[in-house]
Design a binder for this molecule. Structure first.
Ligand code: IMP
Ligand code: MG
Length: 195
């Protein structure tokens, strides 16, 4: 499903958000539909959900409450020390604790962008010998991919452009926006030098 919204920007966020890409209602509807797809594929099996910190927290909280399946939850911490909107060197900040050997794993991330994060995380997870791994991302920016990777469940395919809200941040801010919006570029691009 691709993202499109002409919704007004809530007044509190007008100075920072340029457009609303996905409203709260659109996200809620899509998360419910994703949960139904996942339920269908994992029917009758206990799921281990492995979510990447920190960007998944809001999406994950909504998704798991829609899943009518037995599940256990664990997290892998990954942090990218890039500046601004480009991801930099990836560092692992928390290891998986649950034993996933022989289990059905759903790996959840907020965004599939260049694919560098998942291409580092997936081999680590495979090394723990789960029965199968499926990947679920809320957002997919296929235009930016540098690694050949696809997710099994995608909330929305979105165009290139930096977005925030519903867990997604810019420099750890804006995760609490209940919608997903395009950040005003002047907030992350340095001003043009004077001629
Ligand atoms: P990748 O490694 O390039 O696929 O990027 C994955 C990570 O970059 C995501 O988990 C996000 O945390 C972050 N990211 C990529 N695009 C955006 C964006 O538009 N807004 C906020 N975070 C983003
Ligand atoms: Mg992230």
């Amino acid at each position: 499903m691709s993202a499109r919204s002409a919704a007004p920007i809530p007044p509190h966020w007008r100075r920072e958000v340029q457009t609303v890409l996905l409203t709260e209602a659109q996200i809620a509807r899509r998360v419910r539909a994703l949960a139904r797809e996942i339920e269908r594929d994992f029917r009758g099996r206990e799921l281990v959900i492995v979510a990447l910190l920190n960007g998944t927290v809001v999406f994950l909280a909504d998704l798991i409450r829609q899943l009518r399946l037995p599940l256990r939850l664990d997290f892998i911490g990954v942090s990218s020390y890039g500046s601004g909107t480009e991801s930099g060197k990836l560092t692992f900040t928390k290891k998986l604790c649950l034993d996933v050997r022989g289990r059905d794993v759903l790996l959840v991330d907020d965004m599939l962008d260049t694919g560098q994060t998942l291409s580092r995380v997936l081999p680590k997870l495979r090394a723990a010998k789960p029965r199968r791994i499926k990947v679920c991302v809320l957002l997919d920016k296929p235009a930016r991919r540098v690694r050949k990777l696809r997710a099994d469940y995608v909330g929305f395919a979105i165009p290139d452009g930096f977005v925030v809200g519903y867990g997604l941040d810019f420099a750890e801010r804006y995760r609490n926006l209940p919608f997903i919006g395009v950040l005003r570029p002047e907030l992350y691009r340095p001003a043009e030098p004077c001629p």
